[in-house]
Design a protein around this ligand. Structure first.
Ligand SMILES: [Fe+2]
Length: 183
């Protein structure tokens, strides 16, 4: 279940209704979508690294979700992000996305293993960080200021759903990050 912290405040917000209420003015949607548990998906999810063959196999176990999103929201394609301790691009990815940015397209992620942290700027300029875990599906609309980082687990598997438009180049807003108490 996703949890949230406000900048400068160690208190952890766990109530899904409070979290949804804080994110609603931004249009950010968070849904619970239990990860299908089959023998094959369990063993693939348990591995930190996955070959491209195994990534495709894992995506196939999640195809019912993709087909539903295709018909409801028109997503054209999906792929899998797999990050783990020692991944050669961890630092580069952190430098690219742990800065406040927007995209021309929506950012849609379904977390199926591990954890990640999305940050947002609320309408009153207060910043919050949302830790998403396996079974969380998040939709960040285009042009919403946000950032993303891994937590100390440094491990995540997340499906990215694409519309036909593409448009994930980060546009940095140069707004400074406030400081957060980490888990
Ligand atoms: Fe982003």
């Amino acid at each position: 279940m996703a949890t949230l912290r406000r900048a400068g405040d160690p208190a952890l917000v766990t109530d899904p209704d409070i979290i949804a209420g804080l994110l609603a003015p931004l249009g950010v949607l968070l849904e619970k979508l239990p990860v299908p548990a089959t023998d094959s998906s369990r063993s693939l999810l348990a591995q930190a690294e996955l070959s491209s063959n195994d990534q495709e196999k894992l995506l196939e176990t999640l195809d019912a979700v993709f087909r539903r999103l295709q018909s409801e929201k028109g997503y054209q394609d999906r792929d899998l992000v797999v990050l783990y301790p020692g991944h050669p691009q961890l630092e580069a990815l952190n430098a690219r996305f742990h800065r406040i940015h927007t995209h021309d397209d929506e950012e849609v992620r379904y977390i199926v293993d591990g954890e990640g942290v999305f940050g947002f700027v609320l309408p009153d300029a207060q910043q919050v960080e949302l830790t998403v875990v396996a079974g969380d599906y998040i939709h960040v609309p285009a042009d919403v200021e946000h950032w993303f980082r891994l937590n100390q687990l440094q491990r995540i598997k997340a499906v990215r759903y694409f519309s036909a438009r593409g448009g994930w180049t980060p546009h940095y807003t140069e707004r400074p990050l406030q400081s957060f108490h980490d888990l």
